[in-house]
Every structure is written in structure tokens, then in C-alpha cells.
Write a protein that binds this ligand. Structure first.
Ligand SMILES: CC(C)(COP(=O)(O)OP(=O)(O)OC[C@H]1O[C@@H](n2cnc3c(N)ncnc32)[C@H](O)[C@@H]1OP(=O)(O)O)[C@@H](O)C(=O)NCCC(=O)NCCS
Length: 167
């Protein structure tokens, strides 16, 4: 069973073993992760751990006003194609919604077939191109976005009418 828990300082050391392999030129430093973790107001980082507590994936989101951005998501190679990427992504999308986001977006390399497929399956659609986002301006990013559906009116009405029922 995979569990999702809040990323803590000790996880940074563990994930740094994989950061370069997963993200190459876009790899972050341990200090960059620590800075991200320090901003709890706008950011939420989580890790996926297996039964033994070993880190198998991680991801982060930033929410500013009504917009969430997935900042990173990675699953260690030995644990892929088991739904962990999906679990991390859905956890962060839900978190963004809880924090008031109405849209969530992300950037992805156009040749990252695994990530593109994962995002499409989770309802993200190509929304534009971010010119020169990768490789010191040489490679564009695809921007993908997803709207977060507000609670259906019927549910909102039900809650309201419950509250208004006279004693
Ligand atoms: C992208 C990544 C996070 C996916 O993690 P994962 O745990 O393997 O994802 P899941 O098991 O939840 O896969 C969900 C779906 O995505 C698609 N998918 C995932 N990996 C795929 C691959 N290598 N090729 C094609 N489709 C793939 C499939 O549709 C998959 O569903 P399925 O296994 O039922 O066919 C992982 O490959 C990774 O860490 N890549 C390196 C880092 C990276 O590129 N991060 C994204 C940066 S934008």
C-alpha cells in the first residue's frame, strides 16, 4: 500500500538521490526544496511512501488566489506504472481545490509522453505554449490546465435548505 504524507526535511535527503535522474537539467537542489517547504502558506509538498516507509514519489503545488500550479511530480523508476503518479496528482489537485483554486495548470515537455498521458487522463487539456521554458530558452513547454468543478448547485441548495429548515 502506498501512503501520501506531507513532505518533511528528512524526505529531501531521500528524494535527492533521484532528482537528477528524473529531472536532468531541471533538477532542483536540496536547498531549493527546503525553501519551497518553508512557504507553507502558498505551497504544499507531499511524498508517497511504501509499506516500509521508503519514499517512492513526491510532488508539490503552489496556490495563489484561485490558481494552482503543479510545480513538480516524480515517481522513482522502480515504482512506476502502479498509479502512484496519479495518486500524487489527484492529492495535489484536491488540495488546490481546498485552498480555493478554480484552475490548476502545469508545464510539461512536449516529448514527455508518460507525463502528458498522466495529465490527460486526469482531465488536463493543452492550454498553450510557454516559449523557451526549458534548456535555457531552447525548448518550449506545453501548458496544460484543468478547471476544478465547483460543488453542483443541487448540493449547495440542499445544504442551504437544510440550514434554513425552521425548528
Ligand atoms: C510521469 C510520472 C510521474 C508518472 O508516474 P507513474 O507513477 O508511473 O504514473 P501512473 O502509474 O499513475 O500512470 C498513470 C497513467 O499515465 C500514463 N503513463 C504513465 N507512464 C507512462 C509511460 N511510460 N508511457 C505511456 N503512458 C504512461 C498511463 O496512461 C498510465 O496509466 P496505465 O498505467 O493504467 O496505462 C513518472 O513517469 C515520472 O516520474 N517521470 C519522470 C519525472 C517527470 O517527467 N515528471 C513530470 C514532469 S512534467
Amino acid at each position: 500500500m502506498t501512503s501520501i504524507v506531507a513532505m518533511a526535511g528528512r524526505h529531501v535527503h531521500e528524494l535527492m538521490r533521484f532528482e537528477q535522474e528524473l529531472f536532468g537539467a531541471e533538477a532542483w537542489s536540496a536547498d531549493a526544496y527546503r525553501d519551497e517547504l518553508a512557504d507553507q502558506r502558498h505551497r504544499r509538498y507531499v511524498v508517497a511512501v511504501d509499506d516500509e516507509g521508503t519514499l517512492v514519489g513526491w510532488a508539490g503545488v503552489r496556490v495563489l488566489a484561485d490558481e494552482g500550479e503543479i510545480l513538480t511530480i516524480g515517481v522513482v523508476p522502480a515504482a512506476r506504472r502502479a498509479g502512484i503518479g496519479t495518486l500524487l496528482l489527484t492529492t495535489l489537485v484536491e488540495e488546490a481545490g481546498r485552498r480555493g483554486a478554480r484552475h490548476v495548470y502545469l508545464e510539461v515537455r512536449p516529448d514527455n509522453a508518460a507525463a502528458l498521458r498522466l495529465y490527460e487522463r486526469e482531465g488536463f487539456l493543452a492550454a498553450g505554449i510557454r516559449r523557451g521554458y526549458y534548456d535555457n530558452g531552447r525548448t518550449d513547454a506545453v501548458i496544460m490546465a484543468r478547471s476544478l468543478t465547483p460543488a453542483p448547485p443541487s448540493m449547495v441548495d440542499a445544504v442551504r435548505s437544510d440550514a434554513e429548515v425552521p425548528e
